[in-house]
Design a protein around this ligand. Structure first.
Ligand SMILES: Nc1ncnc2c1ncn2[C@@H]1O[C@H](COP(=O)(O)OP(=O)(O)O)[C@@H](O)[C@H]1O
Ligand SMILES: [Mg+2]
Length: 437
C-alpha cells in the first residue's frame, strides 16, 4: 500500500514520527511481510474488536496469527487462539500448524500439555484451544488473556464469542491493549450473527476488514484457488471466491433463524432412531451419512448425532455395526436404493444387524416431499440441535440445499425423522427409549 500510493513514502520518510505511527508493531516471531490489508488491520491495536473476513486465501489465518504474536515481547502477555473443534485445530493447514512453521526455529517452546507456546525471555504465552461444546468455554474461564483470536468465526456461536470477550483482563500497568480478533469466510452456522455484528454495522470499536483473494495475490496461486472453487455450488463459491456476505440462500428450504435451541447432550429419555443414507455407488467417493434423531414427550425433536464421510463399503459395514453398538437398541433405518441391487444390499445389512430392529425403506418420493414434514417442524421451532463437530457441515448442507453438491445429511436426518413420526413410541408394544447411556 505504502509503495503504491505515490508520494507517501517520501512524506513518511521525512517524518519519522509518522512512519512509526503507520508501521504495525512487529517482532522477530512474525516472519511475514504483511500485504496491504493485513498491514492496515495490524495497525488497529487500540480497536477492541477487529474482524478480517472474506474470500478464502485472503490471508486471514496468517494475519490472525500475527495479531496473536504482536505482543509476545511483553512480560507475561497471554493470547488464546480458538477453532471450533479439536480436529479443525489439528488439520494440516490449521492456524496451529502455521504457528509450528513460524516458530520452529525460534526459542519459543511448545508445551504440549498446556497446548501453548512459551516465550522464555518474557514468559509470554500463546495458547491454542477449541470450543466444541457450550461447556468447553469454562476451560478458558480461569486464566487472563489480553488477546483472544477466533479462526473461522462463522463456525462459532455468538454466545461463545461474547463469553470469552468478557474474560479479557490484564494486571494493572501492563502495556498491552485488550483485543478480540477474528477471521472467517462467509457461510456456515454463524453467518447471520457475524454479518450482523461486523459487516452490517461498523463502529470505532468494532472494525470489519474485508479480504479478497486478490489482496493476497503475491502469496497465493490464484489459478489453483480458482480450480478448487469451481467444484463448489454457486452460493458457496460466491462466499469463498468473492467473500460475499450477501450470498446467502436464506429461505430456499431451511432458514437459520429457525434454529435457536442447542444443548450439549440429548435428554436421557428419547424415542430415537438412526437412519443411514448409504452412498449410491460404494467406494466411488459418494458420502454415507447416518443420523440419530429423537423425540421426547414434549414433542421436541432432537438431531443428536451425524456420522458421515466418504467411506469404502467395508468401512461402512463396520461403522454401521459399531454405531449400532454405541447407540444401544434403537431402531435402524436403511434407505434402500431402487432395484434388486438395493434390495440385496439391504438384506445383507439386516443379516449383519441381528439383534436390532432394522427397516429398509425404499426411497421413492421426490426429495422435497420427503423433507417437507421435517421442514415444518424446523420452521415451528421444534427442532433442537445437540452440539457436536458435525453441526458445521450439517448446517452448511441445510442452508445450501437444493444448490449444494451434497445433501446426504439432510436425507439421513429426514428419514430418521419420518420413521419416528410414523412410528410413535410404544406403537408396537415395545418401548424404544434408547437414550444416552
Ligand atoms: N503476508 C504474507 N506473506 C506470505 N505469505 C502469506 C501472507 N499472507 C498469507 N500468506 C500465505 O497465503 C496463503 C493463504 O493465506 P491464509 O492466511 O491461509 O488465507 P485464508 O486464511 O484467508 O484462507 C497461505 O499459504 C499463507 O501462508
Ligand atoms: Mg484460513
Amino acid at each position: 500500500l505504502l509503495d503504491t500510493a505515490t508520494g507517501w513514502r517520501a512524506v513518511i520518510n521525512s517524518h519519522p514520527e509518522l512512519l512509526r505511527k503507520l508501521t504495525p508493531r512487529f517482532n522477530k516471531y512474525i516472519p511475514i511481510r504483511p500485504n496491504a490489508k493485513q498491514w492496515v488491520a495490524l495497525l488497529l491495536n487500540n480497536v477492541p474488536e477487529v474482524f478480517y473476513g472474506g474470500a478464502a486465501g485472503g490471508g486471514k489465518t496468517d494475519w490472525l496469527l500475527a495479531e496473536a504474536l504482536q505482543y509476545v515481547d511483553v512480560e507475561n502477555y497471554a493470547a488464546l487462539i480458538l477453532r471450533r473443534t479439536y480436529s479443525q485445530l489439528d488439520m494440516q493447514d490449521s492456524i496451529l500448524h502455521r504457528a509450528h512453521l513460524w516458530l520452529r526455529n525460534t526459542e519459543a517452546i511448545w508445551q504440549p500439555k498446556q497446548y501453548r507456546y512459551l516465550f522464555p525471555s518474557t514468559g509470554a504465552t500463546v495458547t491454542f484451544g477449541y470450543l466444541e461444546n457450550e461447556a468447553d468455554k469454562y476451560r478458558y474461564d480461569g486464566p487472563a488473556f489480553q488477546c483472544v483470536c477466533y479462526d473461522e468465526l462463522t463456525h462459532f456461536k455468538e454466545s461463545q464469542y461474547t463469553f470469552l470477550a468478557s474474560r479479557l483482563r490484564k494486571p494493572p500497568g501492563m502495556p498491552v491493549p485488550l483485543r478480540l480478533r477474528s477471521a472467517s469466510n462467509p457461510g456456515n452456522l454463524g453467518h447471520g450473527w457475524v454479518k450482523d455484528r461486523f459487516v452490517k454495522s461498523n463502529s470505532a470499536d468494532r472494525i470489519f476488514v474485508p479480504a479478497k483473494l486478490e489482496d493476497n495475490a503475491e502469496h497465493v496461486d490464484i489459478a489453483s484457488y480458482e480450480r478448487s472453487f469451481a467444484i463448489l455450488d454457486p452460493i458457496t463459491r460466491k462466499q469463498r471466491r468473492e467473500g460475499d456476505w450477501d450470498a446467502d440462500i436464506e429461505g430456499a428450504y431451511f432458514k437459520r433463524s429457525w434454529f435457536t435451541q442447542f444443548v450439549d447432550a440429548e435428554p436421557a429419555k428419547l424415542h430415537a432412531a438412526r437412519a443411514w443414507d448409504l452412498a449410491a455407488t460404494q467406494g466411488a467417493g459418494d458420502f454415507t451419512s447416518g443420523a440419530k434423531v429423537g423425540t421426547d414427550p414434549d414433542k421436541l425433536w432432537y438431531v443428536c448425532d451425524i456420522k458421515s464421510g466418504q467411506y469404502s463399503s467395508l468401512t461402512v459395514r463396520r461403522l454401521i455395526r459399531h454405531v449400532a453398538e454405541t447407540d444401544g437398541k434403537i431402531p435402524i433405518i436403511l434407505e434402500q436404493e431402487p432395484g434388486s441391487a438395493g434390495k440385496t444390499v439391504a438384506e445383507d445389512y439386516i443379516r449383519q444387524l441381528a439383534g436390532w430392529r432394522v427397516e429398509a425403506i425404499p426411497s421413492t418420493k421426490k426429495k422435497y416431499i420427503r423433507w417437507q414434514p421435517f421442514i415444518s417442524q424446523c420452521e415451528a421451532g421444534n427442532v433442537v440441535i445437540v452440539n457436536g463437530a458435525w453441526n458445521v457441515s450439517f448446517f452448511q448442507q441445510l442452508f445450501s440445499v437444493p444448490f449444494s453438491a451434497h445433501d446426504d445429511d439432510v436425507d439421513s436426518v429426514t428419514s430418521a425423522f419420518n420413521w419416528l413420526a410414523k412410528n410413535p413410541s410404544g406403537r408396537f408394544g415395545i418401548s424404544f427409549l434408547g437414550g444416552r447411556r
